[in-house]
Write a protein that binds this ligand. Structure first.
Ligand code: M6R
Length: 621
């Protein structure tokens, strides 16, 4: 999704802005641009369709001087990806330049009104409407930029993070946000300020950041404290936070792609995720325990919950489906799992003693954020399961658990999924034990088994070469089916999503028993079918499903428990995973599916880390 970088201070802005744009590339984009004001107050705007590297090349011998600038990577929503639609956008007067993330929903009406006032437009974007609207108020209000921004934003319906540059007064920048994140980094002695849509481009310069809240407008001037007002033009407190983001974790570490690195990171990530939370005493398992501060601090509310609603999107929603099974199994509490985008608009029943669990890697997904805001209005407790520290969802939640798997750069979510499932497992075990629905001895045994999962993932990873070989048989395929049952059903959905998003092959996940109710019509010798057929009580039933596929000449790849002999007789290929308890199986069965989709996409020569049309952080509806 779009990325914003801004800088104002005593240094040359261009290198900081370009570096920042590169660090935001992981969010996904289709064009890029930059605006700088030189010392002689000359505004230079450079834009390109395509990658930031092209922008860098195209500007090689151009004037890039200036200590203030704004830059943007655009992921098209209104208007095709093109140079003219790329940001920054300039107002008709040439006095204001703006970058914007989000969507101005009432842009068509505002545009009509501006056209009546004599404004003309070059692009088809909603963003150009916004800069013209600010310009309108700017000309009307004695060229006071902050006031003009405030007035314009009061007319706007939609989501935005913006930074505005004033050609004739390059000594400050004005930034604002609503439903789209924006972070301001405060340099040493406030000599300079760094602005970005997440903290990634900022942490190399400063650890001090201000997270703008919805409806806040910041006036940013070097050598002065940042000033923040709300949409009623009332002065607001400025909260400065410390961020701790390890920059070294943002590199590929010798892997060809971030996605592969992140798949391989998973054993360590899960150890990090459990550190300080899961305690195993091998000599005396009676001491095995889980400690979650979120559970201690909100114990009464959580123990009283009769109903839990999980809201999430995409991969996080799949983790939520596993969370439902875990919580219902161990805590005997009714759980619903909702697509955040549906939940927010369908007038759901939310009671004040309900608990809403919001799952999000980025912590910025617009629909998930809106869903929890709605639930908050009904008085429900908001419990966040988030990766990005300090993100909007993390801040909006009453309590929660960070998954602590480090920055996830590949657009296809991998380590965040296992991190989310891991945290949901910790929560379900700890809560079930507190409630008394999970007996003490089982609780201690489950903890011991959970602690072994990182090394079992390591064992699965050792089959990478075999999975790579198998993937070559499947690159031709146009459709895939993924089938699983119980805890492996959400894994089937996740496997299918992984394949389609990076290899552009159509794939569907189903509960295996549903195959007879429709999908079996698709099966022929061209059709690969992935069965997740580990040992559990429905194993024999899955074998029957496999026979049905085999008799229709479908090609079967099966994920099986190590030592399995029965499935090997039916399937064309098998991948073994180590034995574990049934409720922990998704943490292992998902790994070969992540690797399979990775290798299929690489074999098809595709951009694995930045697949077409997708964004890492979906901050618009
Ligand atoms: O940041 P979030 O977890 O809230 O993102 C939700 C989805 O956009 C995300 O999981 C998406 O489906 C991924 N590309 C899946 O790999």
């Amino acid at each position: 999704m779009c990325g914003i970088v801004g800088y104002i201070g005593s240094q040359e802005a261009f290198p900081i802005l370009i570096k920042g744009l590169k660090q935001l590339e992981y969010r996904g984009y289709d064009s890029a641009g930059i605006a700088l004001i030189s010392e002689s107050k000359k505004l230079n705007i450079y834009k390109t369709k395509g990658k930031v590297i092209h922008l860098e090349e195209e500007t090689q011998n151009r004037d890039k001087s200036g200590n203030v600038g704004i830059a943007h990577t655009r992921w098209a929503t209104h208007g095709e990806p093109s140079v003219v639609n790329a940001h920054p956008h300039i107002s008709m007067s040439g006095e204001l330049t703006l970058v914007h993330n989000g969507i101005i929903e009432n842009y068509a009406l505002l545009k009509e009104q501006l056209i009546e006032k004599g404004y003309t437009f070059k692009s088809t974007t909603d963003t150009e409407v916004l800069v013209q609207l600010i310009d309108y108020y700017y000309q009307k209000n004695g060229k006071k930029l902050t006031k003009a921004v405030c007035k314009a934003l009061n007319d706007v319906i939609g989501a935005y993070a913006i930074v505005v540059l004033e050609t004739n007064n390059p000594g400050h920048l004005v930034a604002a946000r609503k439903s789209s994140p924006l972070v301001v980094g405060v340099g040493q002695d406030q000599k300079d300020y760094y602005i970005a849509s997440d903290a990634t481009p900022i942490v190399a310069y400063t650890k001090k950041v201000v997270y703008l809240e919805d409806g806040q407008i910041a006036d940013i001037t070097p050598n002065k404290e940042i000033e923040i007002i709300n949409l009623e033009e009332k002065s607001m407190n400025v909260d400065i936070h410390e961020v701790n983001l390890d920059i070294s974790k943002l590199s590929k570490g010798g892997f060809d792609h971030f996605m592969l690195k992140e798949i391989y990171d998973q054993p360590q990530c899960l150890k990090d995720c459990m550190r300080g939370r899961l305690f195993v005493d091998e000599e005396n398992p009676c001491n095995n325990r889980i400690v979650l501060s979120a559970l201690t601090n909100f114990k009464d509310r959580l123990l009283q919950a009769k109903h839990i609603i999980i809201v999430a999107c995409g991969t996080s929603w799949h983790a939520g489906l596993i969370g439902k099974q875990l919580i219902e199994k161990f805590c005997r509490i009714r759980v619903e799992v909702e697509y955040a985008s549906e939940f927010r608009y369908r007038d759901p029943v939310i009671e004040k003693d309900d608990v809403i669990i919001a799952i999000s890697q980025s912590g910025e997904t617009a629909d998930t954020l809106a869903a929890i805001q709605l639930a908050k209005e009904h008085g429900a407790l908001i419990f966040g399961i988030v990766n990005a520290v300090g993100s909007s969802i993390a801040r909006e939640a009453d309590t929660g658990i960070y998954i602590h798997v480090g920055p996830e750069i590949g657009v296809a979510s991998t380590k965040a999924f296992t991190g989310q499932v891991n945290v949901l497992t910790l929560l379900a075990l700890a809560l079930g034990h507190e409630i008394g629905t999970l007996p003490d001895d089982q609780y201690r045994q489950n903890i011991a088994e959970l602690s072994l999962i990182p090394s079992k993932i390591q064992e699965v990873l050792q089959q990478n070469e075999k999975i790579k070989r198998i993937s070559t048989y499947f690159t031709y395929a146009r459709n895939f089916l993924y089938l699983g049952r119980g805890f492996n059903y959400p894994v089937a959905l996740e496997g299918a999503l992984k394949l389609k998003e990076i290899s552009y092959i159509h794939a569907e996940g189903y509960p295996a028993a549903e195959m007879k109710h429709g999908p079996i019509a698709l099966v022929d010798q061209e059709m690969p079918i992935i069965f997740i057929a580990t040992h559990h009580k429905l194993y024999q039933k899955i074998i029957s499903n496999m026979e049905e596929v085999k008799s229709r000449k479908g090609r079967i790849l099966a994920i099986v428990t190590e030592g399995d002999e029965d499935v090997k007789k039916i399937a064309n290929e098998t991948i073994e995973i180590p034995q574990t308890l049934n409720f922990l199986i998704p943490l292992l069965t998902v790994i070969p599916l992540q690797l399979l989709s990775y290798h299929v996409a690489v074999a098809r020569g595709l951009n694995v880390d930045m697949p077409r049309n997708l964004a890492k952080s979906v901050t618009v509806e």
